[in-house]
Design a protein around this ligand. Structure first.
Ligand SMILES: [Zn+2]
Ligand SMILES: [Zn+2]
Ligand SMILES: [Zn+2]
Ligand SMILES: [Zn+2]
Length: 55
């Protein structure tokens, strides 16, 4: 997969290897347009390919 960063794109400091969000992962899930963000210690993660974005 090709990385194509934009001004709207910020990669989270946490990776899927650190924690995989999902049902019952313990974090609040928020619908955000066509995807789901997970509230994680004051920031929000959105799964994006092989990493998380900060939303
Ligand atoms: Zn995080
Ligand atoms: Zn989680
Ligand atoms: Zn989002
Ligand atoms: Zn991304």
């Amino acid at each position: 997969m090709t990385e194509n960063p934009t001004a709207e794109h910020a990669t989270a400091e946490h990776k899927l290897e650190d924690h995989t969000h999902g049902e019952n992962c313990g974090h609040e899930a928020l619908e955000h347009g066509d995807h789901v963000d997970y509230v994680h210690d004051g920031h929000r993660h959105a799964a994006h390919g092989d990493h998380y974005d900060e939303h």
